[in-house]
Design a protein around this ligand. Structure first.
Ligand code: ATP
Ligand code: MG
Length: 332
């Protein structure tokens, strides 16, 4: 069976719609046909300043959300990155075959470090994509389902895999990015030119799955649109309206054309309130399910520990090969 792998950072108390529609929704579908590895990259979450207590909570609630949307820990290996030390170990080796200039060209690093200022930016943020490459290559997946913003990091992962294979011996599978058309980039409600982001967006621009639906409805009502009246799908000229259409279409399983036809003679207010209704229907049972998983932390932690054990079986085999091939002495 082919293998699939992906991760989502514990950098907020809730996933947002971009995380769900761009990535996590595909994870659920893929676990039927693939040997799936899904994890919560808490090592990545400390590349920007974090509060320890919040990180612990966010790691658990990320797991609870994955279970609530339908990740089945019996079929998929669900784990927390820091519980599998091979990730950090392989990252070191990959750091040593990554060029400084190559890492400096990553646009996510350039954006995040420009926002923070150079003195506030950690070296960890700089090598973030290399750790991500380690996350992926350890498991030799064929497919990595991600949003559009991860395309460049996936390209780096592929380059590093090929470089290692050529310089030493064929060790890694060169993975393909699996980027869904249509929902690969959900935009910020207040800045429809930027992607919705857990750590980068203004709260008014983010639709969090675990927010009170009334709060979400209010955010949608104040979503930035344009000065026209017609509801048409035109991402270049009408990014705000188009984003709402994409969201409503994805959650209602109705095509965008179908929605647009129904809005003939109606206004932006209708589009916003219908989108809020569809969202409310989706998040209400989801929130209840997340609360259920969060009400039994020992059990949640056990599910994650079991996932980490299964992940280590695969990860340790790959790391042992890598260590041998770069010339490290085998442990006695
Ligand atoms: P952060 O701001 O902390 O980086 P994030 O919102 O970018 O958070 P990640 O945990 O980095 O979320 O990414 C998890 C997954 O969600 C990735 O596959 C990423 O491509 C996808 N994703 C993130 N934002 C969006 C978006 N706006 N639209 C579609 N997919 C997205
Ligand atoms: Mg991100």
């Amino acid at each position: 069976r082919q293998r699939v792998l992906s991760g989502i950072q514990p950098t907020a108390d809730s996933f947002h719609l971009g995380n769900y529609l761009g990535a996590v929704r595909q994870w659920v579908a893929l676990q039927d046909d693939y040997d799936a590895f899904y994890f919560i990259p808490d090592l990545h979450a400390i590349t920007v300043p974090q509060d320890p207590k919040a990180l612990r909570h966010r790691t658990r609630i990320a797991a609870a959300q994955l279970l609530a949307v339908g990740i089945d820990p019996k079929r998929s290996t669900l784990f927390v990155q820091s519980q599998v030390p091979e990730h950090a170990q392989l990252a070191w080796v990959l750091n040593c075959i990554t060029g400084f200039g190559e890492a400096g060209r990553m646009t996510q690093f350039k954006d995040k470090s420009a926002k923070q200022g150079r003195d506030q930016t950690s070296v960890g943020l700089f090598t973030y994509p290399v750790l991500q490459a380690a996350d992926i290559l350890l498991y030799r997946p064929n497919l990595v389902p991600v949003g559009e913003d991860q395309r460049q990091h996936l390209e780096l992962t592929r380059d590093l895999a090929q470089r290692f294979n050529t310089r030493f011996k064929k060790t890694f599978v060169v993975p393909d990015a699996h980027i869904i058309k249509g929902t690969a980039k959900i935009y910020d409600l207040q800045e429809p030119a930027s992607k919705m982001s857990k750590s980068g967006s203004n709260p008014a621009g983010i639709v969090n799955l675990l927010d009170d639906p009334k709060v979400t409805a209010k955010k949608l009502r104040s979503a930035v649109t344009d000065n026209e009246r017609d509801i048409v799908f035109d991402p270049a000229n009408k990014p705000g309206v188009s984003n709402l259409l994409v969201i409503q279409s994805a959650l209602s399983d109705r095509s965008i054309e179908d929605l647009v036809a129904g809005y003939q003679g109606k206004g932006y207010g209708d589009l916003k309130s219908d989108t809020a209704d569809v969202l409310t229907e989706f998040v209400t049972p989801l929130k209840a399910s997340v609360d259920g998983y969060m009400s039994d932390i020992p059990e949640l932690d056990r599910v994650l520990a079991d996932g980490a054990d299964r992940a280590r079986e695969v990860a340790s085999r790959t790391l042992a090969q890598v260590y041998d091939r770069v010339g490290f002495l085998a442990p006695l």
